[in-house]
Design a protein around this ligand. Structure first.
Ligand SMILES: [Zn+2]
Length: 388
C-alpha cells in the first residue's frame, strides 16, 4: 500500500503563526501611528520584511485595478483627437500601424486581456462563448470595418506597412498585399516549407493549426515541390519564429527606425513591446506614437496621445476626417481565397485532408459549432496550466 507523504504537523503550526503575524502587522499598518502602544510599535519594528511585502502586494493590487479601468473618451474629446491623428497621417512620410486582437473583436473573436472575453483573463468565459455559438466565430469571421479602413489607407499610400500580432489572417483578407504586411505571429491559414530555399508559403482556405501544438508545428501535409513536411507559421509565446513569411520582418525592419508616425491599435502592447526593432527611444516615441485602445497599455506614458475608444468608432471618424471611403468586404474579392486557389497544387497528398472547416464553404461553416483553432487551444491550455 502506498503511503502518502504528509506535511509534518509542526510545519502547519509554523505557517499558521506566520500568517497570524502578517495579519497583525497588516492591521497595525491601518491604524494611525500615534495610537499604537509601545508593544505594537516594537512588533512593527521587528517586522521590516513583512511590512515591505504588504506594501508591495498593496501596490500590485492598486496597479492591477488601475489597469482594469476602462475610460472612454467623450465624443468631443474623441473627435478632436481623431482630427489630430488625421493631420499627422496626412503630414507623415512613413506611417506604420501595429495591431492587436482588439481590431478583430467586432468580428466576434475573443481577445487576450479584456475583462469579459480575454483568453488570459477569462478562459472559462471563452470556452462557454465558443461552445454556445451556433457557428464557430473562427469559421464566420471576416475583416472588420477597421481592417477595411486600414487596407484603404495602405492602398492610398497613407500607411506604408502594417505589423500585426494577430494570426487570424484578417488583414490579408481585407486586401493588404503580403509585401505591406508583417504577421509577426503567423497566419492560421498559411503553412510553409522550410526545406525549400527560399522558403515557400502555401495559403489554405482552412485553419492549418488544427493538429499542431506548442513546439510541434508539423501539419499533416507535404510540400508539393520537395515532398517534405509542411509546418504551420504560428509563433506561440516562448517560441522563436521559424518561418520567413508571413512574418515578413525584412519588410518592416528598414521602415521601423525611420517611421515618423506609429499608430498602435487594439493591443495592451505587452508582447509587441518586446520586439526592440519596432521601437525607438522614449523621447522619439513621445513624438511619433499614437495609441488607440480601450484600457491601459504598456506604452501609455511614452506616446504622443492616446485615443480611448473602440477601434471601429475611431476608424469611422478617421474616414470622415481623411475623406476616404473604404471598400466593403466581399468574399469574391478575398485575397486569401485567390492565394489559396493558386496554391492548391496537389499538396494534400501525404495523408492530410483538412479536418477544419473551409471558411468559404457555407455548408462547412454551418457545421462548425464548437470548432476552436489549434493555436487558440494552445493559449487556453497555457492559461489553464498556469492557474493550476
Ligand atoms: Zn518544399
Amino acid at each position: 500500500m502506498i503511503e502518502l507523504r504528509k506535511r509534518p504537523p509542526q510545519c502547519d503550526t509554523l505557517q499558521e503563526s506566520k500568517r497570524k503575524h502578517r495579519l497583525k502587522v497588516a492591521k497595525l499598518l491601518h491604524k494611525p501611528r500615534d495610537s499604537l502602544t509601545q508593544s505594537e510599535l516594537e512588533l512593527l519594528e521587528m517586522s521590516p520584511d513583512i511590512i515591505r511585502s504588504i506594501v508591495q502586494s498593496k501596490q500590485t493590487k492598486e496597479r492591477s485595478l488601475i489597469r482594469q479601468n476602462i475610460d472612454i473618451d467623450l465624443p468631443g474629446v474623441l473627435e478632436s483627437k481623431v482630427d489630430q491623428l488625421a493631420s499627422l497621417i496626412r503630414a507623415s512620410k512613413c506611417c506604420l500601424f501595429y495591431t492587436g486582437a482588439g481590431i478583430s473583436t467586432s468580428s466576434g473573436l475573443p481577445d487576450f486581456r479584456s475583462p469579459e472575453l480575454g483568453a488570459w483573463t477569462n478562459p472559462e468565459n471563452i470556452k462557454d462563448y465558443l461552445a454556445s455559438s451556433e457557428r464557430s466565430p473562427f469559421a464566420t469571421m471576416a475583416p472588420t470595418f477597421s481592417h477595411m479602413v486600414l487596407s484603404a489607407l495602405v492602398q492610398q499610400g497613407l500607411v506604408k506597412h502594417v505589423v500585426s500580432q494577430n494570426c487570424d489572417g484578417l488583414h490579408l483578407r481585407s486586401g493588404i498585399h503580403p509585401q505591406n504586411l508583417s504577421e509577426i505571429h503567423g497566419n492560421m491559414f498559411a503553412e510553409a516549407c522550410t526545406t525549400c530555399q527560399p522558403q515557400r508559403v502555401f495559403y489554405r482556405k482552412f485553419d492549418v493549426t488544427e493538429a499542431t501544438a506548442f513546439r510541434r508545428h508539423q501539419t499533416s501535409r507535404v510540400c508539393g515541390f520537395c515532398q517534405n513536411p509542411l509546418r504551420d507559421t504560428v509563433v506561440h509565446r516562448d517560441e522563436y519564429n521559424a518561418t520567413d513569411h508571413p512574418q515578413n520582418w525584412v519588410g518592416v525592419d528598414p521602415l521601423a527606425p525611420k517611421a515618423d508616425l506609429v499608430v498602435c491599435m487594439g493591443s495592451r502592447l505587452d508582447i509587441i513591446k518586446c520586439y526592440k526593432g519596432l521601437w525607438r527611444s522614449p523621447s522619439i516615441e513621445k513624438k511619433r506614437l499614437v495609441i488607440i485602445n480601450l484600457g491601459w497599455t504598456t506604452k501609455d506614458k511614452v506616446c504622443r496621445f492616446k485615443i480611448n475608444a473602440p477601434c471601429d468608432d475611431t476608424m469611422r471618424l478617421l474616414t470622415e476626417k481623411l475623406n476616404i471611403e473604404p471598400m466593403q468586404y466581399r468574399i469574391e474579392d478575398d485575397v486569401l481565397l485567390h492565394l489559396a486557389d493558386a496554391d492548391f497544387s496537389g499538396t494534400h497528398q501525404g495523408g492530410g485532408a483538412p479536418t477544419t472547416p473551409d471558411i468559404f464553404e457555407e455548408e462547412q461553416i454551418a457545421r462548425s459549432k464548437g470548432y476552436i483553432p489549434g493555436w487558440m487551444r494552445v493559449i487556453l491550455n497555457k492559461v489553464h496550466n498556469s492557474k493550476k
